[in-house]
Design a protein. Structure first.
Length: 151
């Protein structure tokens, strides 16, 4: 992540850092239909950018669950309003507003881990693989550049 973010802290980079395989993971079975729909949309984008790996499945599942929780809470806030009246006649903040706000905060934090917020995305640098060069490298090995210098 430091390399992708341009090493903002200027600390030494661990060149022996594990590099999990980039994959298009299937949605975990415990996700509901709404969560699975969000999963598919997010994973398609992250996979295209080479930002989803085998070890990201749990964090992505959390993101999808929290996203759906936020949607449900927002629906309830829209339906009942931000302020509600209790059975005793007291006026209080709708509890779903707190749920929605907490979910938004969690979404922002998790989304930033994957470069899914505007500010975090500006720090991520991705080199998209070139299909031709990958095939060429598999068939012929790494390309060596030779330049002619006029003497």
């Amino acid at each position: 992540m430091k390399l992708l973010a341009g090493n903002p802290g200027k600390r030494a980079i661990n060149h022996a850092e594990p590099r999990p395989t980039i994959v298009f993971p299937s949605a975990p079975e415990h996700l509901g239909d709404d969560e699975k729909n969000k999963w598919l949309a997010v994973v398609q984008e992250l996979y295209t950018l080479g930002l989803v790996t085998t070890v990201d499945k749990d964090a992505l599942a959390m993101y999808c669950v929290i996203y759906v929780r936020w949607l449900k809470a927002e629906r309830m806030v829209r339906e009942k309003g931000e302020i509600i009246k209790t059975a005793a006649g007291n006026i209080i903040q709708n509890p779903y507003l707190a749920i929605a706000n907490r979910a938004l905060d969690q979404l922002n934090k998790l989304g930033a881990e994957f470069g899914m917020t505007p500010s975090s995305r500006s720090r991520v640098k991705v080199e998209l693989p070139n299909a031709e060069s990958e095939l060429e490298e598999m068939l012929f090995g790494k390309r060596i550049r030779v330049s002619n210098y006029d003497r």
